[in-house]
Write a protein that binds this ligand. Structure first.
Ligand SMILES: [Zn+2]
Length: 197
């Protein structure tokens, strides 16, 4: 009897809360955090909003999504939102470091460039972005092969290190391992091609 009552309560609870006009549904903004996410979307990652009109997509090609928050769990999603915001901010910092590092690399200041690339890699390494770097700055990298060898080390270290971080906490060990192998192999190929080419 108790169980039955509790069950009934649960069923009506959701409906009633959803129907309440003064406390309408809330949504959380999810951007896909990667090296080329647009800044506007990134800055809203984790944001809680109430009007669907404020939700994604906010531009053509936007890959953001949103989640309707279950009633009564707002505190949990607020906390989650804080972590999401921190992650988005870290990505913005990383981008800035990477951008400045690239400038220094092309500008002929390799040691300064390496230091900044290392700080960027400590936050996250996106293999596709490193591929882009190798394509765009091939001339600068070929000119200084020792530099390319150092960069290879930095990116592989960063890739392995960040893979162990929270983003992949829930990932099964086997998948983590496969992903690590794929990324490290790709980074090795990229730089070995430059060093020996
Ligand atoms: Zn977006």
């Amino acid at each position: 009897m108790k169980i039955l009552r509790r069950g009934r309560k649960c069923k009506t609870k959701g409906k009633r809360e959803r129907g309440q006009p003064k406390e309408g549904p809330l949504y959380q903004y999810y951007a896909q955090v990667t090296y080329n996410t647009c800044e506007r979307c990134l800055r809203r990652h984790g944001e809680i909003f109430s009007e669907l009109a404020q939700g994604p997509p906010i531009h053509p090609g936007c890959r953001c999504s949103y989640l309707e928050l279950p009633p009564g769990e707002l505190d949990y999603y607020r906390e989650k939102g804080e972590r999401m915001r921190a992650k988005a901010e870290a990505e913005l910092r990383r981008r800035e470091l990477f951008r400045r590092a690239k400038e220094l690399l092309v500008g002929g200041e390799p040691e300064e460039a390496l230091a900044l690339f290392e700080r960027a890699a400590a936050i996250e390494v996106y293999v596709e972005e490193v591929e882009q770097l190798c394509r765009e700055d091939l001339v600068a990298l070929r000119r200084e092969r020792e530099l390319a060898a150092k960069l290879k080390k930095i990116f592989i270290w960063g890739y392995r290190d960040t893979l162990q971080k929270s983003k992949y906490e829930g990932m099964p060990e086997g998948m983590k391992w496969a992903r690590e192998r794929w990324g490290v192999q790709r980074l090795e190929e990229l730089f070995d091609g430059i060093i020996s080419g």
